[in-house]
Design a protein around this ligand. Structure first.
Ligand code: COA
Length: 258
């Protein structure tokens, strides 16, 4: 079904593996199309409650957009490339179902941007993060200037953006770019453990957490008003009635997603 990604669904968690290890999983247009399509699957398949994005092989998550596709592009084509990439990464960021990046090696350029569009990140000890676009006479185009600044602050972001320097996993942890650093073989299991916990909660409330937190960074939205709206809507759900009743009855809630 997909030519550049592998998928496996287990316990309602879809693991999406970008599968071009000989090119360090660089994002060519086919990978971007496959990512777009698999996110439609995440959105619409009720069997999928959450997702993991990772890279094939032990060396790289994603080493950036495929540089070979940039040669000879015009200004207008460059803008269209960035717009398409941003739209696909917005689809990840705005997914009502949590998406976690398991960064198993290089997360450079578009790879770092992909990881940052996920709801949070877990890294292996060999992970390296960076936005090396200035080496190519470019800047990030898939949201990197924005999300890196949001996640690690302007000073650190501008240092990385302007220098093209890479940071290791320990530094990424210290910067708050990743939540955990683990041995490579523990990476997927940690993400699955966290997502299993999240999947046991009320799905509408989980989705509302994402909507409200995303509103912090969306100038067209008032984050506090978004929170009021989302909080109120939870009162109209079966799961809110079940969760509050179960607490008072001292039993475990059984959520239905309604
Ligand atoms: N686009 C296209 N191809 C890429 C790529 C990218 N972003 N990153 C790696 N590759 C390819 C290499 O060209 C090479 O292909 P080849 O075997 O056909 O020559 C293969 O992946 C392996 O990469 P290589 O450079 O040989 O591995 P390395 O261990 O020596 O170096 C990196 C690893 C990540 C430091 C290096 O590949 C690199 O700098 N990549 C580009 C990173 C970048 O600038 N990304 C931002 C793009 S906007």
């Amino acid at each position: 079904m997909y030519s550049t990604i592998l998928t496996s669904l287990e316990n309602n968690i879809l693991t999406i593996t970008i599968n071009r290890p000989d090119k360090l999983n660089a994002l060519n247009q086919q990978v971007m199309s496959d990512l777009n399509a698999v996110m439609d699957e995440v959105y619409h398949n009720p069997e999928i409650r959450s997702a993991i994005i990772t890279g094939a092989g032990p060396k790289s998550f994603v080493a950036g957009a495929d540089i070979s596709e940039f040669i000879g592009s015009s200004v207008e084509e460059g803008k269209a490339l960035a717009k398409r990439g941003q739209d696909i990464f917005f689809k990840i960021e705005n997914s009502a179902k949590p998406v976690v990046a398991c960064v198993n090696g290089f997360a450079l350029g578009g790879g770092c941007e992909l990881a940052m569009s996920c709801h949070f990140r877990i890294a292996s000890e060999n992970a390296k993060f960076g936005q090396p676009e200035v080496n190519l006479g470019l800047i990030p185009g898939y949201g990197g200037t924005q999300r890196l600044t949001q996640l690690i602050g302007k000073g650190r972001a501008l240092e990385l953006l302007m220098s093209a320097n890479m940071i290791d996993a320990a530094t990424a942890l210290q910067y708050g770019l990743v939540n955990y650093v683990l041995a490579q073989e523990e990476l997927l299991q940690k993400a699955k453990d966290i997502l299993s916990t999240i999947n046991s909660k009320a799905p509408i409330a989980v989705a509302a957490c994402i909507t409200a937190a995303n509103a912090v960074f969306d100038e067209s939205k008032n984050g506090y008003a978004t929170e009021v709206d989302a909080f109120g809507k939870c009162f109209g759900t079966d799961d809110m009635k079940e969760g509050t009743t179960a607490f008072l009855e001292k039993r475990k809630a059984v959520f239905t997603g309604k």
